[in-house]
Design a protein around this ligand. Structure first.
Ligand code: ASP
Length: 338
């Protein structure tokens, strides 16, 4: 009897802090990525490093404020991603990479972990903030994913802002395409494969996962895809379960990296499934997918995730990943390198 009593005291004391946090509304959190890849300190000037960190901080603050004021995790995700899409630093919205035929074709998705509803757009060319189009598909359509001109036509029913295709042009992205094309030409002329120079191997996709005061998780991802992508290629970002996933029972996930591998690994859902069916923690599950499964397939990149208690993890198997988080208790970090 005495043993049972002591056990009960230990158990309830162990549970109290988390419960108190939820009651105090402190248990909200937001985590952000701005892409993974060969991001090395030696290739980044102090000024540029500051620019990246400042922009991530600004986006994170916007999402955090939404959560702090009692807003929905989905709105926090959209608020933060819009800021990153508007910045040419990242491969999403303005500053998206170019396709093989010199166009910007963007993909985005958002998922609500509470209802398991999701919305996604792929290959859109004139929507200023593709994440708002994804939210429009989630909230206003009976579908999950819409592509190209059909998606652009549908989202006119929402207040999504449109932009001319020239708005998305960034010289540095254009130069990256020309460089890859030169490599391809060498390859076909000389019959050998010259690897893309390491320091150019960056995935600048953006993603946000948030947990709100009501305990609802949402995840969103937005991207221009991969430089030199061909003929209507769609990456992992807008594919629910591959690059984006959220479920209140487990976690929310947003990925960045070589999309084809993340699609084949069903990476985002796999993190959730490892938690649901195998009882792994969010940290263990994410590490299993990024450091073991994707790595063994040759899939470079990383992900961010939050579980229902507000635990955060940000693993990556590349040299770096722009990333940051902010918790309801005030804890905050912004990191780039390993
Ligand atoms: N995952 C994205 C894609 O394959 C690229 C990225 O993360 O930057 O489209």
């Amino acid at each position: 009897m005495k043993k049972i009593f002591i056990l009960l005291v230990i158990l309830t004391n162990g549970l109290l802090p988390a419960q108190q946090k939820i009651q105090n509304g402190e248990n909200f959190a937001i985590v952000i990525h701005g892409g993974a890849g060969t991001i090395l300190k030696k290739n980044l000037t102090d000024e540029l490093e500051k620019e990246y960190k400042d922009k991530i901080a600004q986006a994170m603050q916007a999402g955090y404020d939404t959560l702090k004021n009692g807003g929905r995790s989905m709105d926090a995700v959209v608020a933060a991603i819009k800021i990153l899409e508007d910045s040419p630093l990242f491969n999403a919205g303005k500053g998206s990479v170019f396709t093989a035929d010199g166009k910007n074709e963007m993909d985005a998705a958002i998922m609500d972990g509470n209802t398991l509803k999701a919305g996604a757009v792929a290959g859109v060319r004139t929507i200023k903030n593709p994440i708002t189009a994804a939210l429009c598909v989630l909230e206003k359509s009976q579908h999950v994913m819409m592509v190209g001109s059909g998606a652009e036509k549908f989202v006119k029913t929402c207040s999504c802002e449109f932009a001319d295709t020239s708005y998305f042009f960034e010289q540095k992205r254009w130069d990256q395409l020309q460089k890859i094309k030169q490599t391809e030409k060498m390859e076909s002329d000389h019959g050998f494969v010259s690897p893309v120079e390491d320091k150019d191997k960056k995935f600048g996709t953006v993603g946000v996962v948030a947990l709100d005061k009501a305990g609802n998780i949402a995840a969103g991802t937005s991207t221009g895809g991969m430089t030199n992508k061909k003929f209507g290629r769609v990456g992992d970002a807008p594919i629910i379960g591959a690059g984006t996933y959220a479920n209140n029972k487990t976690c929310g996930v947003s990925c960045t990296g070589h999309g084809e591998y993340f699609i084949r690994a069903v990476a985002a859902y796999d993190v959730s499934a490892l938690m649901e069916y195998k009882g792994l923690s969010v940290e263990q599950a994410a590490a299993e997918v990024v450091m073991k499964k994707l790595k063994s397939m040759g899939g470079e990149g990383g992900l961010i995730a939050i579980d229902k208690k507000g635990n955060i993890t940000m693993p990556f198997n590349s040299a770096g990943m722009y990333r940051g988080y902010m918790k309801g208790n005030g804890k905050k970090e912004i990191l780039i390198f390993k």
